[in-house]
Ligand binder design. Structure first.
Ligand code: NAD
Length: 260
């Protein structure tokens, strides 16, 4: 799978899964914009990629919940490299709480980052993709796009919603060669997951070891975390796939936690 000279924007790429995808895309020949709330970390990530292959990365300051910042960041990428071929809408956070204790402000923040962020970034890149007659919009879903777990009402709701957005973009984009797909990872050991382990242990009244072994990995076929590299390979497949045959889909990569 080759992305030579493809212009890619990956949101939330200063850390975790997004950084892994940006790294894999750069290895496949892409030019990658590391778009993140945390500009210092985004710049460090871009510097790391440029050290391996000069000119392969740029850092972009972007809060995906701000239409102005999304549009300005996208414009900066287009000014630097001319267009956008691939978007990975990946920025995300997690907040866990039972519904009755879930602060309304936290609910709105979760939907804003996951859903508004995916919508605003898709909206910003689509004119460029339509103009060139091709493009790939990849949304970062989750196993929680397909099923639910306790304490995660906002996350589950948002991740289910992304399936609808991707399918709509696939329908609207088809005639322009714009494809849209969703990646649905199981648990991946990133800062987002590390933060949840003690929180879930507290809420569920079990040990941190039980959270990992039972709640997170209990339903996998082998008790293994999904790796950042596993998710990055799926992102590369969706980014580089050459035709509209693969669009409007969601692919679960979870060591068999969820099967369909
Ligand atoms: P992470 O915490 O390692 O990285 C998230 C990145 O997003 C950070 O760099 C952060 O600065 C950035 N970010 C947060 N809010 C932002 C905003 N408003 N605008 C721009 N950037 C913002 O998390 P991760 O585990 O790599 O998660 C990445 C994505 O993968 C998320 O959408 C998450 O829901 C999804 N996901 C993660 C897992 C997992 O187990 N880690 C599983 C399934 C899906």
């Amino acid at each position: 799978m080759d992305l030579t000279n493809k212009i890619c924007i990956v949101t939330g790429a200063a850390s975790g899964i997004g950084l892994g995808i940006a790294t894999r895309f750069a290895q496949a020949g892409a030019k990658v914009a590391i778009a993140d709330l945390n500009l210092v970390a985004a710049q460090a990530a871009a510097d790391g990629l440029n050290a391996a292959r000069a000119g392969s990365a740029m850092a972009v300051a972007m809060d995906v919940t701000s239409e102005d910042q999304v549009n300005a960041g996208t414009a900066a990428v287009v000014a630097q490299w001319g267009t956008v071929n691939v978007l990975v809408s990946n920025a995300g956070i997690q907040i866990v709480n039972p519904v009755q204790d879930f602060a309304y402000a936290d609910w709105k923040k979760m939907l804003a980052i996951h859903l508004d962020g995916a919508f605003l970034t898709s909206k910003a890149v689509m004119p460029h993709m339509i103009a060139q007659g091709s493009g790939a919009v990849i949304l970062m879903g989750s196993v929680h796009s397909k099923t639910a777990s306790p304490l995660k009402s906002a996350y589950v709701t948002a991740k289910h919603g992304l399936l609808g957005l991707a399918r709509t973009i696939a329908r609207e984009g088809g005639q322009h060669g714009v494809r849209s797909n969703v990646i649905c990872p199981g648990f991946v050991r990133t800062p987002l997951v590390d933060k949840q382990i003690p929180e879930q242990a507290r809420e569920l009244g079990i040990s941190e070891d039980e959270v990992v072994k039972k709640v997170m990995l209990g339903q996998t076929v082998d008790g293994e975390f999904t790796s950042i590299e596993d998710v990055a390979e799926v992102a590369l497949l969706f980014a580089a796939f050459p035709t509209n045959a693969l669009t409007g889909q969601s692919l679960v990569v979870s060591h068999g936690w969820f099967m369909e």
